[in-house]
Write a protein that binds this ligand. Structure first.
Ligand code: MG
Length: 156
């Protein structure tokens, strides 16, 4: 077994489309990024790459590369999963936590879980997605940004 952790943050921006775990969220702001800004899938991608001992997301998918401009982060995740499988590992379980004061994500959580599992080509029972606020503290609490953590277990 191999374990990996990923963490990512993106700044909020009015008028951008908010996408978390590949799901469009009804919200008046989105996240600033070279790609679609899916902070949750970026954290998950980094956890996968970390567990497999591969370079981090910023080195494999640099924001200077126009190939990933406005990219659907599910494609970035699919690419990372393929690299992980290429190294002889299979994703056993993934646990993703989104830290956002707003919007309320509970209505989307199940769809986010299913969409993440679909992108990883694994059974939804092997993925967990949850959301928390930070009690109005810090940059997530005041709405300046959204953060995400992910932990992944790989089987060799
Ligand atoms: Mg990112």
């Amino acid at each position: 077994m191999r374990i990996g952790h990923g963490y990512d943050v993106h700044r909020t921006a009015p008028g951008r489309r908010l996408v978390l775990c590949g799901v469009g969220i009804d919200c008046e702001f989105g996240l600033l990024a070279h790609s679609d800004g899916d902070v949750a899938l970026h954290a998950l991608t980094d956890a996968l790459l970390g567990a497999a001992g591969l370079p981090d997301i910023g080195r494999i998918f640099p924001d200077t590369d126009d190939a990933w401009k406005d990219a659907d982060s599910r494609d970035i995740l699919r690419h990372a999963v393929a690299m992980v499988r290429e190294k002889g590992f299979e994703p056993e379980y993934a646990d993703v936590t989104v830290v956002a004061e707003r919007p309320k994500l509970s209505p989307y959580i199940e769809t986010m879980r299913e969409e993440t599992a679909r992108a990883m080509d694994i059974d939804p029972s092997r993925v967990n997605v949850k959301a928390t606020t930070e009690e109005k503290l810090g940059f997530t609490g005041c709405g300046d940004g959204i953060a995400a953590h992910a932990v992944v277990l790989l089987r060799e």
